[in-house]
Design a protein around this ligand. Structure first.
Ligand SMILES: Cc1cc2nc3c(=O)[nH]c(=O)nc-3n(C[C@H](O)[C@H](O)[C@H](O)COP(=O)(O)OP(=O)(O)OC[C@H]3O[C@@H](n4cnc5c(N)ncnc54)[C@H](O)[C@@H]3O)c2cc1C
Length: 337
């Protein structure tokens, strides 16, 4: 049987956006007992927990250090956080249905909700590589999880497709862990990441970079055994004469991120086509009164500092919203008397 709880503010997602939103709401006058953070993973911190490399925040922390710092601040402030808890749905009256190992199916009625559900990677479809679907083809984020969290390598000889920050970071990580990155390639003429990042992650480790090059075929039935690559002509078509077979036992791709917005979509929140995130007001409120959005679920941010700032702003605005609700209630009560 489902139970119903009440909370003034529920924040969904405990990445840098959700945690900084919780701290900011507290700072802006919402008592700790009125704030609840819900997180489907076992740990607080969101995607930062996958990032064991440095380069986060002003002090160049690792992602995991920054996640721990934010999570400690939230816990030490006495804000309740429920981990291993997945929000299944929200309705327009702000009734949240969740499932958690301790509570089972539970409903929470909130006065305000902040969606801080982050982003996910674009799928292999974004690569437009036809052919078979053998084992050994995985996204950069999955490779990051396997290596950094679960402690095993996706393969011994890897081709990396894409030159996003994440692709470069994973190419470096595979090399540091003793794997071989045969090359990193991108169909674009320039890397998608900054030149300095290419230097730090690829040049320094002698990882070859092939630009304006694509994968035209994947070989292997049960497990990937190799790929066919080709340079591209001016119109972006593979040049037949440059086709070459390269042996590998794994292919890691990174096609960029897309905001995670299943909950917002199912609620009928108005979305912005350009960002794939909810359309928000200057005060970060979505098209549904009292439902706010921040971080990478609102729009993809390049820098974690900007995500933290986004979360802080959402915390301030949602606190203002809750205060005005309280004042309205008070006024109504006074009128009745
Ligand atoms: C696979 C992957 C790898 C990445 N690697 C890097 C990297 O190496 N470097 C970098 O700078 N950036 C990386 N990013 C980008 C990263 O998303 C941001 O750096 C930053 O963590 C985003 O902060 P956020 O708080 O908006 O979202 P996140 O940190 O993603 O946090 C969102 C949280 O919401 C939770 N959540 C989502 N839906 C629900 C639900 N229904 N119920 C309960 N909880 C829910 C998720 O479990 C998650 O913990 C990566 C992103 C992905 C998807």
């Amino acid at each position: 049987m489902s139970k119903t709880m009440k909370k003034r503010l529920v924040i969904i997602g405990s990445g840098p956006a959700g945690l900084s939103c919780a701290l900011s709401a507290l700072k802006n006058g919402i008592p700790k007992e009125n704030i609840l953070v819900l997180e489907r993973e076992e740990e607080l911190g969101g995607t930062l927990n996958l990032c064991i490399h440095a380069g986060f925040g002003k002090d160049n922390k690792t992602g995991t250090e920054l996640a721990t710092e934010l999570a400690d601040k939230v816990r030490n402030a006495g804000i309740t956080c429920m981990t291993s808890t997945t929000v299944l749905s929200i309705d327009k009256r702000k009734i949240i249905t969740l499932i958690s190992p301790e509570l089972g199916y539970t409903k929470i009625t909130a006065e305000a909700i902040v969606l801080a559900t982050g982003c996910r990677e674009r799928s292999r479809g974004g690569l437009s590589i036809g052919g078979t679907r053998p084992a050994g083809i995985l996204s950069a984020g999955t490779a990051q999880r396997f290596i950094n969290l679960e402690g095993y390598m996706p393969g011994a000889k890897t081709v990396v497709v894409g030159t996003t920050d994440l692709a470069l970071v994973i190419a470096r990580r595979i090399t540091l862990e003793g794997g071989q990155v045969v090359f990193v390639c991108d169909s674009k003429k320039k890397p998608q990441s900054e030149r300095v990042k290419v230097g730090e992650c690829l040049d320094y480790f002698n990882i070859p970079l092939k630009l304006h090059t694509t994968i035209t075929r994947i070989f292997g039935k049960d497990r990937i055994e190799g790929v066919e690559i080709a340079e591209l002509d001016k119109k972006g078509r593979p040049i037949k004469e440059t086709k070459e077979r390269v042996e590998c036992d794994s292919l890691v791709y990174s096609c960029g991120f897309i905001p995670e917005n299943e909950l917002a979509n199912s609620l009928g929140i108005e979305m912005r086509q350009s960002t794939h995130g909810p359309r928000t007001t200057r005060k970060m409120e979505t098209s549904i009164d009292g439902i706010f959005s921040c971080g990478n679920s609102r729009m993809i941010h390049e820098d974690v500092d900007d995500i933290i700032l986004d979360g802080k702003k959402a915390g301030k605005f949602v606190a203002e919203h809750l205060k005005s609700l309280k004042e309205d209630k008070k006024k109504k009560k006074e009128k009745k008397q």
